[in-house]
Design a protein around this ligand. Structure first.
Ligand SMILES: [Zn+2]
Length: 728
């Protein structure tokens, strides 16, 4: 056999034996051809070119530049061949800085710079349009007061201050960003509840600066003057426009007064570089701060109290302004009313080198490649919907308003949502998925090649193994699956645009990103220079992201039977329940435990989850049976279209069934009973149930357990119906 013949045979063999979750052998063969065509289109130079367009100027939500970029995306998408391109306008409660000043007035005078200094070699850092220090949704005001160091600004930190007899009432608290990590909005709410007059939040070099490694321009970590901007919206209560909780801010929509909006902060807040925090910290008196409150600056940190006084003045321009969401599609050839939705936010704190413009560049190459496929006559079977969100940084606003506006359509039509926020800050892949899509995502990564030469799957596995060895302490988010050999992170909190899809509408979500050493988050140094020197100099990971994003979407769009794995979902839920019980005597998990409790089932002092466990077992059995039935059906060849439609529509319903219309207690916008987020943004599994158990509110816990059991039973019944229809 000559070499050419061998090659032809080999590639024929790959095609004819291709196996993809959800595809018959014939359509898997066709899919591999489509994917190979698709994967050959994304180009690193184009990724870089697009990245430059988006990182050329600062583009915060609501700014002229960000709105021009919406127009740019819209016109590019039309040229690329996308269909139904439209710009949606939402009139939302936005936030802009007018002015801010901070001066230490005792024991010595220091005028805070509140600006980032230019870097040699990085001309963008000299751009006069770069904002000073500010935090979105701070209120305006002026105060002169003593400054207290409150560590991370979490409730336990104030408890410790109280133990030392230090009250923060009417004072300025100085907190740091992440020790341990918590969302700055939660720090602001905590400071507000403690009665502080204002909150200053700074980046300690221990967390993202010189204690981590070389700082820009020599390395990827944050330099002395870098400022982490960000919003402090209480979007863990309800995301989106604070004045339209639960409905869309289309022009003219009903609005509640800002005073009644639970997600609108009522405290002055400002972010600082460590350069500006240092004079405050090193002059503080009072008790020496505990060991874990010490930081990377070369002196002992004190709690403060009397000696350091500061004068803070913040003027904000908060109020109604338009945000713009760009939407485009490629209509499906066979099932135009089944949607695979994708999105990335456009707004940045400054240039948004990583966050979000690496994702935006990958998205622009994705749409170009999809348009090119269409030109070659290849249309996905289901519709691809793609969105450029606005105001993600202010409170997940654009995606939330769009999701609220089209909730009805999405409930009927959405197969899944694939989010890419920060596409690339380094080489380590991190993939997130609701548990039913975790196997599909893992399978997809086997068909892609990492720049290292390995499959993306093997590269991902190496990342997960390394992080498991290092233990979970390093990251604020978990990085791997809950089951032993699983790679996909199935613990999904909030903090990006997937939130409305998962928690409000019940659409299965996936999140994709490459990560690395990154100390310039939300600062002016997160720019084109940083990406070209540290993040992804050859734009190889941007290109790989485009390929991965597209192949994942195409598989969901082209599958004969949607590739959901509900047995995996069941085992994840079992793990969540086990962790919730976590040895708590008051939570009864199995028969063995109940013996030593002598059946004293006083509902007011304990929670019996044995019925829930049984419901999980039944759901798992039904899921396994469905997996087997589907594999069998697919291997038999072409499917009866009517049966396929029934199966697909029912499978789409499973995620919707995890929603409780009443929402989780105290936060009715968040309706998913398996996935939620803490106020810190950290993932929170079984949110309603877990919070009730933590409060030892056993009546509420029992109610939440009953809701969980009922959802499990509904979904088991749904799967069993499908299993009956799959019987030969
Ligand atoms: Zn982002």
């Amino acid at each position: 056999m000559n070499r050419l013949a061998l090659l032809i045979t080999l590639s024929y063999a790959t095609v004819s034996h291709a196996q993809i979750l959800g595809f018959t052998p014939a359509s898997a063969g066709r899919e591999v051809e489509i994917e190979n065509k698709f994967k050959s289109i994304p180009d690193a130079d184009e990724e870089r070119r697009q990245h430059r367009v988006f990182t050329e100027e600062p583009h915060t939500a609501g700014s002229k530049r960000n709105n021009e970029l919406a127009e740019y995306i819209s016109s590019e998408w039309k040229k690329q061949g996308l269909e139904d391109v439209v710009i949606h306008r939402y009139d939302v409660y936005g936030t802009n800085p007018k002015s801010a000043s901070l001066e230490m007035i005792a024991p010595t005078h220091y005028q805070a710079l509140l600006r980032e200094t230019p870097l040699t070699g990085d001309d963008d850092s000299k751009n006069p349009a770069i904002s000073g220090a500010w935090l979105g949704m701070s209120i305006s005001g002026e105060v002169t007061a003593p400054v207290i160091y409150a560590h991370s600004g979490n409730p336990e930190d104030y408890d410790l201050l109280r133990k030392h007899g230090i009250s923060v009432k009417g004072k300025i608290v100085l907190v740091r960003y992440s020790n341990p990590y918590s969302y700055r909005g939660f720090k602001a709410l905590t400071a507000q509840r403690e009665g502080a007059a204002a909150m200053l939040v700074y980046s300690d070099p221990q967390e993202d600066g010189y204690k981590k490694g070389k700082v820009v321009p020599e390395g990827p970590w944050g330099p002395e003057y870098h400022i982490q901007r960000g919003a402090i919206t209480y979007d863990f209560m309800v995301p989106g426009d604070p004045q339209t909780p639960g409905w869309a801010s289309v022009p003219g929509a009903k609005r509640i007064p800002i005073e009644e909006a639970v997600s609108a902060p009522n405290i002055m807040a400002l972010s600082l570089s460590w350069h500006d925090a240092k004079p405050l910290l090193e002059n503080m008196d009072g008790p020496v701060a505990p060991k874990d409150w010490q930081g990377g600056l070369p002196f002992e940190y004190h709690l403060g109290g009397k000696r350091v006084k500061a004068h803070l003045k913040i003027e904000m321009d908060n109020g109604l302004q338009p945000y713009y969401v760009v939407e485009g599609r490629i209509r499906g050839s066979e099932f135009p009313d089944e949607w695979v939705v994708m999105g990335n936010h456009r707004d940045a704190w400054v240039f948004g080198g990583v966050d979000p413009s690496s994702g935006t560049a990958s998205m622009m190459e994705l749409t170009r490649a999809l348009g090119e496929l269409k030109r070659q006559g290849v249309r996905p079977r289901r519709t691809l919907v793609i969105c450029s969100w606005d105001g993600e940084e202010i409170g997940l606003t654009g995606s939330t308003e769009w999701g609220e506006q089209f909730a009805q359509d999405l409930r009927q039509k959405a197969v899944a949502y694939i989010n890419v926020d920060e596409a690339t800050s380094g080489p380590s892949f991190h993939g997130q998925a609701v548990a039913s899509l975790a196997p599909m995502l893992e399978e997809t990564t086997r068909s892609l090649r990492d720049p290292s030469g390995k499959t993306l799957y093997d590269a991902w596995k190496a990342v997960v193994e390394r992080e498991r060895e290092e233990g979970n302490q390093s990251s604020q988010f978990s990085s791997s699956g809950v089951l032993n050999d699983a790679l996909a992170d199935t613990r999904i909190g909030s903090g990006s645009d997937h939130t409305v899809f998962l928690n409000f509408i019940g659409v299965p979500v996936l999140g994709l990103g490459f990560e690395g050493d990154y100390g310039v988050y939300h600062s002016a140094y997160d720019d084109f220079y940083w990406m070209n020197h540290f993040g992804d100099p050859g734009y190889k990971y941007h290109t790989l992201m485009t390929q991965l994003w597209g192949v994942t979407a195409l598989r969901l769009a082209d599958a004969d039977l949607l590739p959901f794995d509900f047995a995996t979902y069941a085992s994840n839920i079992r793990q969540f329940v086990t962790e919730l019980a976590g040895g708590k005597k008051s939570v009864i998990l199995n028969g063995a435990r109940s013996n030593d409790r002598t059946e004293s089932k006083d509902p007011a002092s304990s929670l019996d989850l044995r019925e829930v466990q049984k419901a999980i077992d039944n759901f798992e059995t039904a899921g396994k049976k469905l997996n087997e039935g589907v594999v069998h059906k697919l291997s038999d060849g072409p499917l009866d279209p009517e049966l396929a439609a029934t199966l697909n529509h029912s499978m789409m319903q499973v995620e919707r069934n995890w929603l409780n219309p009443d929402g989780i207690p105290g936060r009715s916008w968040f309706k998913h009973i398996l996935y939620g987020a803490r106020y810190t943004y950290a993932h929170l599994e079984l949110p309603g149930l877990t919070e009730a158990v933590e409060k030892q509110d056993w009546r509420e816990a029992e109610k939440q357990a009953a809701i969980l059991k009922r959802s499990l039973e509904n979904n088991t019944q749904l799967l069993n119906d499908l299993n009956r229809q799959l019987q030969p």
